[in-house]
Ligand binder design. Structure first.
Ligand SMILES: NC(=O)c1ccc[n+]([C@@H]2O[C@H](COP(=O)([O-])OP(=O)(O)OC[C@H]3O[C@@H](n4cnc5c(N)ncnc54)[C@H](O)[C@@H]3O)[C@@H](O)[C@H]2O)c1
Length: 255
C-alpha cells in the first residue's frame, strides 16, 4: 500500500515514522508547502519520497492530511472523487455544513471513506455507539492552564459556556475536538462546550460528559504536548496512527 501525507509537521512526521515500520506500507509520499519540512521528513524515513500534490493524489492508495483546514478544502473532493480514502486531522474544517455535506455525498458516490481520528480526546467511541439511540446531552469541558489561553488568572475561571458552534468560532484552537465530538454525537448546535482556565491545571485536559438512553458517559484525558509542537497534543498523533492501523489491519477494534 502507498500512503500520501499532506503536511509534514508534528503530526505528519509522527504518522510517517509509524508508517515506516508497517510492513503493509511500501511507499510514503510526502508533500508540504514548506520544502524544508518535506525534505527533512523524507530524510528521516526509509520509505519517504517527496512529491508534488498532483503526484501524491495520483499515486497514493490512501491519503492522510495533517496540514490545515485550507488543505482539506483544497484536496478532499479530488481525493474522494478518485475513490480513495482520506484521513483528516483538521476536522475543524467540517464545521462548514456545506463542505461536510459535499464531502459526504462525494465519498458515498465514489465508494470512498473519510476517516476522522478521535484526535486529542477519548470517549468518541462511546458517543458514536450511544448515538444509535437518543442522547439527551453532551458536554465537553476543556481545561487549560491560564497561560495556554493567554490569561493570567489566579483562580479557576470559566471563559466560555455555550454551543460547540459558538465555541469553535470564539476559540478556534479548540475547534478540532469540539467538531469531532459534535459530528460523532448530536451536532454543533446541541453539543455544549465549557472552556476553563485553571491555575491548578498543569496540562490541557478534555472531559466528555453525556447521558441518554444508553446511560451515562464520563471520559477524561490529560494530554502531554507533542514533543515537536507544544501546541498539539501527542494523543492526536497517536490517534492518527491508530486510524492508519485500522485501515491496514484485518482486525478492527472499537466502535
Ligand atoms: N483532530 C485533532 O484532535 C487535532 C489535534 C491537533 C492538531 N490538529 C490539526 O492537525 C493539523 C496539523 O497539526 P500539527 O500539530 O501537525 O501542525 P504543524 O504546524 O506541526 O504542521 C503542519 C504542517 O502542514 C504544512 N501545511 C500547511 N498548509 C498546507 C497545505 N495547504 N499543503 C501542504 N502543507 C501544508 C505546514 O507547512 C506544516 O509543516 C492542524 O490543522 C491542526 O489544527 C488536529
Amino acid at each position: 500500500m502507498k500512503i500520501g501525507i499532506i503536511g509534514c509537521g508534528a503530526i505528519g512526521s509522527d504518522v510517517a515514522h509509524a508508517a515506516d515500520s508497517f510492513p503493509e506500507i511500501d511507499t510514503i509520499f510526502l508533500h508540504d508547502v514548506d520544502e524544508k519540512s518535506e525534505k527533512k521528513l523524507a530524510e528521516s524515513t526509509e520509505k519517504g519520497e517527496v512529491v508534488n500534490s498532483e503526484t501524491l493524489l495520483e499515486k497514493s492508495d490512501v491519503i492522510f492530511e495533517a496540514a490545515s483546514q485550507e488543505a482539506v478544502k483544497m484536496y478532499a473532493i479530488d481525493v474522494l472523487k478518485q475513490g480513495k480514502d482520506f484521513i483528516i486531522m483538521s476536522i475543524g474544517s467540517l464545521f462548514d455544513d456545506d463542505l461536510r455535506e459535499k464531502l459526504e455525498e462525494t465519498a458515498r458516490k465514489h465508494h470512498a471513506k473519510l476517516y476522522l481520528p478521535s484526535g486529542a480526546v477519548c470517549g468518541i467511541d462511546g458517543i458514536l455507539s450511544a448515538s444509535g439511540d437518543t442522547i439527551d446531552k453532551v458536554t465537553l469541558v476543556t481545561t487549560k492552564p491560564p497561560k495556554a489561553l493567554n490569561k493570567n488568572y489566579k483562580k479557576r475561571t470559566v471563559l466560555f459556556k455555550g454551543t460547540a458552534r459558538d465555541a469553535v468560532q470564539q476559540f478556534p484552537k479548540n475547534i478540532n475536538v469540539a467538531a469531532n465530538l459534535s459530528i460523532a454525537g448530536i451536532g454543533f448546535d446541541k453539543t455544549l462546550v465549557e472552556i476553563v482556565a485553571d491555575p491548578v491545571a498543569t496540562r490541557n485536559s478534555h472531559k466528555i460528559l453525556a447521558h441518554g438512553r444508553f446511560g451515562r458517559l464520563r471520559a477524561e484525558v490529560e494530554n502531554m504536548p507533542n514533543p515537536n509542537n507544544p501546541g498539539s497534543s501527542y494523543l492526536a498523533s497517536l490517534s492518527a496512527i491508530a486510524t492508519l492501523k485500522r485501515i491496514v489491519n484485518p482486525i478492527q477494534i472499537g466502535a
